[in-house]
Ligand binder design. Structure first.
Ligand code: HEM
Length: 170
């Protein structure tokens, strides 16, 4: 096999796109907005897409473990270990972000306010919650892992004069 299974390819690009969207809008839009009723629509989108991204990661783990893999890339053992650790860390951190986001939303009654119309006042800042600080910190860790993931692909392609992007395409 010269490439990943079609199911793996679809899940990879779907969750990659969703995660980038959540990382960018969370960092540059959501966290800069004051907590007023105008923010509820953005929260709703963030919470729904965040839960979908977390579920997609869980599904991806199952699909990757079950699907046949393409032949291993030629590389030094240390680099191969680093690559595997990067992949495992990405899944672990995405799931931890999803769980911390869910706990944060529950602690601040966001779910009840947004989905069930509860008349509870919005908290002034979600950074008052320890789990909110954890959620924000983990998103920076994820950004670092995604950047090193992409740099790894680019540096391998240049060093081996081989386009390995087509392994993750149809
Ligand atoms: C894996 C998917 C997710 C990603 C990548 C993500 C990303 C982010 C980012 C980048 C921020 C801004 C952090 C900062 O201020 O430094 C944020 C904030 C937040 N997220 Fe998520 N998130 C995800 C899932 C979730 C889920 C599932 C929920 C709730 C069900 C959630 C609820 C929140 C809340 C309440 C905030 C606080 C926004 C604020 O400070 O105003 N997130 N998220």
């Amino acid at each position: 096999m010269t490439r990943y299974s079609s199911r793996t390819v679809i899940l990879h690009w779907l969750s990659g796109g969703l995660l980038l969207f959540l990382l960018m809008t969370g960092t540059f839009v959501l966290s800069n907005m004051p907590n007023t009723v105008e923010k509820l629509g953005s929260f709703k989108i963030h919470m729904i897409l965040g839960l979908i991204a977390t579920l997609l990661s869980l599904v991806s783990i199952g699909v990757i473990l079950k699907s046949p893999k393409p032949e291993a890339l030629e590389m030094a053992p240390w680099r191969s270990k680093l690559m595997k650790s990067n992949h495992i860390a990405i899944y672990t951190v995405v799931i931890a972000i999803g769980v911390s986001g869910f706990i944060l939303a529950q602690s601040a009654s966001l779910g009840q306010i947004i989905f069930f119309g509860a008349d509870t006042a919005l908290y002034r800042s979600f950074k008052d919650f320890g789990v909110g600080v954890v959620h924000g910190f983990l998103t920076k860790v994820l950004l670092f892992l995604v950047v090193t993931h992409v740099l790894g692909v680019i540096s391998y392609s240049i060093a081996h004069k081989r386009n390995i992007m087509n392994r993750m395409w149809f």
